[in-house]
Design a protein around this ligand. Structure first.
Ligand code: SDX
Length: 431
């Protein structure tokens, strides 16, 4: 069937039909351009944006039925096995993989901007020691705009690039310092001798008491995990960054808003929730009980790490994550890890269950990531922080793409009003 170029809306009350252009992208569903609908006195209604494209983007693409994810056209499996997070961050921001010269300059920019203004240490000290690292990260990231305000003219391309590079470079330091503060350990400074991901591990785990050696196999595994989490179309946190940025807000505040959204257990907070769920299951013999709870409509319990708004097939990132899980547990001789065994068995049982099959619920990126993080010695409270570290590359790329479009406008969704009709004020002695 040829592709439609026009859609016509007809009404059952004899009102004249309204025509809309149908637009085609490079891949994926065609879109009906309904921007003129408001002039006809109608709005569309799509809570949760189940069928709404908020923008046109060149950055990442998901085919949920095929289980496909591409960053700038490159399949995630190829990037995860052949690239590095530094290359992927460059790719997301600039649109092409860097050549060796461009990669060296970018990595040097990351090294030189990894340290935070020394006064920011006092910002951390305003938090209780037992504050969740995500609460600290959201606060400190937003506070960065008070220290790096010389590149926040968001309508200037060079300023946007500088802010984007600052954020990609500094977020690992913010994340690691959030962890150190939570642990009551002294902050570890970034080291120029380390590459990006090794530097993060150094800042997380080194102490003044001994020389910390980065395990290259674990660093490679973490680097691959950062690649998997770097971008993912217009998910809740990316849409939050775009909407905040559409008003011209500074990029540090926009990324802080994205972090706050990512922290939710239905989004980036799911990796922490998966591990808690696996620990609660405790033994493969209890899996059927939890599967039953997940299927019970009267029970709010959901199988964390399963399901996705877009993927109606296996999340390709989950497959790479499961492979990484095997590698890391092999390297650390933890193959008998009970939570990993429960996860493998839970996946096997769920994927044979009619409920999950009929609703196309498959493991998503969060299902295995928590097990790998725990094996890497990363505490549960830092799982989402690492997701945020990786997704900052995607957030700033999406933010920059939006503001690079001279036709962009402030985002301002409408609503369907179902409240009270206009009425007169009632003095309190008459209520
Ligand atoms: C991420 O958007 C992204 O791209 C996000 C992300 C990214 O990289 O940015 O991929 C990262 O957030 C991954 C998702 C992590 N969240 C979880 O693992 C939490 C558990 N999953 C669910 O809460 C749920 O699947 C969502 C939130 C992921 C998706 O929610 P939707 O699209 O709104 O789907 P839904 O809630 O409408 O579910 C459809 C049906 C419902 O049953 P019915 O009402 O049709 O009878 O499937 C059921 C749901 O009850 N269902 C589940 C389930 N997920 C959906 N039932 C049991 N367990 C689950 N996990």
């Amino acid at each position: 069937m040829t592709r439609a170029t026009k859609a016509t809306l007809t009404f059952d009350n004899g009102a004249p039909p309204i025509e809309f252009p149908v637009l085609s992208g490079t891949m994926g569903p065609d879109v009906i351009d309904i921007r003129s609908l408001g002039q006809h006195g109608y709005l569309t209604y799509d809570p949760g944006f189940m069928a709404t494209a908020s923008c046109a983007s060149r950055i990442s693409y998901i085919d949920g039925d095929a289980g496909l994810l591409c960053y700038r056209g490159y399949p995630i499996e190829q990037l995860a096995s052949q690239s590095t997070f530094m290359e992927v961050a460059y790719l997301l921001l600039y649109g092409e993989l860097p050549n060796s010269g461009q990669k060296s300059v970018f990595e040097e920019e990351m090294r030189r901007n990894a340290m935070l203004h020394d006064q920011i240490h006092t910002v951390f000290r305003g938090f209780r020691r037992d504050a969740h690292p995500m609460a600290v990260m959201v606060g400190v990231t937003g506070a960065l705009s008070a220290f790096y305000h010389d590149s926040t003219n968001v309508f200037d391309a060079a300023n946007r690039e500088q802010s984007a590079l600052q954020l990609i470079a500094k977020i690992p330091t913010v994340a690691a310092m959030s962890y150190k503060y939570n642990m009551g350990e002294p902050f570890a400074y970034p080291q120029y001798r380390h590459h990006y991901t090794e530097n993060f591990l150094h800042m997380m785990f080194s102490t003044p008491c001994e020389t910390y050696q980065v395990n290259p196999i674990l660093a490679r595994a973490l680097d691959r995990i950062l690649i998997l989490h770097a971008d993912h179309e217009q998910n809740a946190s990316t849409s939050t960054v775009r909407l905040a940025g559409s008003s011209g807000a500074n990029p540090f505040a926009c990324v802080a808003a994205g972090m706050a959204s990512l922290w939710g257990p239905l989004h980036g907070g799911a990796n922490e929730a998966v591990l808690k769920m696996l620990a609660e299951i405790g033994d493969v013999s209890r899996i059927p009980e939890f599967i039953k709870r997940a299927k019970d409509k009267s029970n709010p319990f959901r199988l964390m790490g399963f399901g996705h708004r877009v993927y109606k097939n296996m999340d390709p990132r989950a497959a790479v994550m499961r492979k990484t899980c095997h590698e890391v547990l092999d390297e650390l001789d933890l193959n008998g890890d009970p939570l990993f065994q429960i996860a493998l068995e839970l996946e096997r049982i769920a994927l044979q269950d009619e409920y999950f099959i009929s609703k196309k619920l498959y493991p998503n990126v969060d299902f295995y990531s928590g097990i790998v993080f725990r094996a890497l010695g990363i505490p549960e409270s830092m799982f989402t922080a690492i997701f945020a570290l990786a997704r900052t590359a995607g957030w700033v790329a999406q933010w920059n793409e939006m503001l690079s479009d001279s036709a962009h406008r402030i985002g301002r969704p409408r609503q369907q009003y179902i409240g009270a009709m206009p009425r007169d004020y009632v003095p309190i002695n008459q209520r």
